[in-house]
Design a protein around this ligand. Structure first.
Ligand code: 9WN
Length: 463
């Protein structure tokens, strides 16, 4: 199904009987996590504004409160760097002290870089660019809701188009000097799948130098430390941060000497899908023809880059370790990147669906629900309770569900939607779930879990 048809089903949004209770509960989570103009990803574990969380949150809010959805995005964009980079965290100066580490002081980005924004403290990294997809959803949900609301949405699009364009241009240039169509990340936090075994080999190669002492606060907010990355993973995360600071967050400097440079296929595929959304937005705002030509070229280049990383043996797309000059052969949900990037021929689509339905992922017979674990249970690095090493993440289900819809795979999409909503009805809006038992893990009341449920409910389907 193409996005326009999907949009058609938005306006008829038939709330499903079976999941009647989910909508008010999800709305309640977003209300409770909401601050004045933006929403915390979780009640206490994440007290600042996170980039891709905010985009998903806006996508969900678009169905219940358009004004809050636009505020969410505008507030995040106030943290945008002059290079176009949208930082992965915009810090809340009013967050309780000692509630999250690394904090604004540790990043120290405004003192180290002239590119950092004025009046806002941010991290120096970025996260996958879901933003244009959310902005398009805000536009779509305004349709048919009266002239005033459409006019407001159009003004919002006009006011934010340039920000989105410069964000995507930054990713297509500073993060892809090779012109490969694939985005280079500098840190596992940029991938959004922080401790995934995708990064193990690259991280192992790095010798960790002296890291100024630190205290982790994240472990206070989960019921069991095994849900979160280990201390040794944190030492590596913090060491990479020190190196980025030494480079004063300068892209050329980082590219020359940083030990973690990886072409992330999931990030790159999200950029392709976001560029499709940006193309539609560019039409609404009547952007210059040369912008549109560039966006179209980024889409083609991005899809080409993903195809280059296809691994026929695993039936998945693989990240590329730039420094080692090789692909990272680990089976994780990131391997479905080409499905998210879209525009596939039947043959490649069937390859991916075959892998999705296999014992490696959603076809694994021991699963509580037929939903893809973040890492394949067949991988040596798999761990069913540890964060991105195995648990099922509803937000990843959303990405696959939405991509299946766009690919015209409505039966599979329906199943992904139904099973996700079942899992949430049973376990609440947890950050992630144990794949074999459905036990909720990580933070409770995670905002993006609630947000994707709202989007799935609004788009509807036969339950
Ligand atoms: C580090 C906020 C973020 C998500 C990431 C998820 C986790 C942070 C952390 O939480 O990362 O950025 O402290 O673990 O991995 O995807 O954006 O929900």
């Amino acid at each position: 199904m193409r996005e326009e048809e999907l949009e058609g089903s938005l306006s008829d949004a038939v709330g499903s009987r079976r999941f009647d209770g989910v909508n008010p509960q999800a709305t309640g989570v977003l209300r409770r996590n909401g601050l004045k103009a933006w929403t915390k990803p979780a009640p206490s574990l994440y007290p600042h504004q996170w980039s891709w969380d905010s985009a998903f949150i806006a996508l969900g809010l678009a169905h219940v409160d358009n004004r809050r959805a636009t505020d969410e995005m505008e507030s995040l964009f106030r943290g945008q760097w002059s290079t176009g980079k949208v930082p992965h965290i915009v810090f809340d100066p009013e967050a309780p002290p000692k509630s999250y580490f690394p904090d604004a002081e540790r990043w120290n980005s405004s003192a180290l870089s002239d590119d950092a924004p004025e009046g806002r403290r941010t991290s120096g990294l970025c996260q996958p660019p879901v933003h244009a997809i959310a902005v398009r959803r805000i536009w779509q949900t305004s349709r048919g809701k009266g002239e005033e609301r459409v006019a407001r949405a159009r003004t919002f699009l006009e006011g934010n188009y340039r920000r989105l364009f410069s964000w995507h241009r930054y990713l297509a240039t500073a993060r892809d000097p090779e012109g490969s169509g694939l985005v280079t990340i500098y840190h596992p936090w940029e991938s959004g799948t922080d401790n995934s075994p995708r990064w193990d080999a690259v991280l192992e190669r790095i010798s960790v130098g002296e890291v100024p002492s630190y205290t982790r606060y994240d472990l206070q907010h989960v019921s069991d430390p095994s849900h979160r990355p280990t201390d040794s993973e944190y030492d590596r995360f913090l060491w990479l941060l020190e190196l980025l600071k030494r480079a004063r967050y300068d892209e050329a400097d980082i590219y020359e000497r940083h030990p973690f440079l990886v072409k992330d296929v999931l990030f790159s595929a999200i950029l392709v899908a976001a560029n499709e959304a940006l193309l539609e937005i560019s039409e609404v705002v009547d952007a210059p023809e040369e912008d549109r030509a560039l966006i179209e070229a980024w889409i083609v280049r991005g899809r080409g880059g993903l195809e280059e990383q296809w691994d026929p043996n695993l039936g998945l797309c693989l990240d590329r370790d730039v420094l080692a000059g090789e692909s990272v052969a680990v089976r994780t949900i990131a391997g479905f990147a080409p499905l998210i990037g879209g525009g596939l021929d039947r043959h490649r689509l069937d390859d991916l669906l075959g892998t999705l339905d296999s014992q490696d992922f959603a076809g694994n017979t021991d699963l509580r629900y037929p939903l893809p674990p973040s890492t394949s249970p067949e991988e040596p690095g798999f761990h069913p309770r540890s964060y991105w090493r195995g648990p099922v993440w509803p937000v990843a289900n959303w990405l696959l569900w939405w991509s299946l819809l766009r690919a015209g795979e409505s039966a599979r999409a329906q199943s992904m939607r139904r099973e996700t909503l079942e899992e949430l009805s049973e376990g609440g809006f947890a950050e992630y779930f144990e794949p074999f038992t459905g036990e909720p893990l990580g933070s409770v009341e995670q905002s993006w879990t609630a947000a994707i449920a709202l989007d799935m409910l609004a788009i509807g389907g036969a339950d």
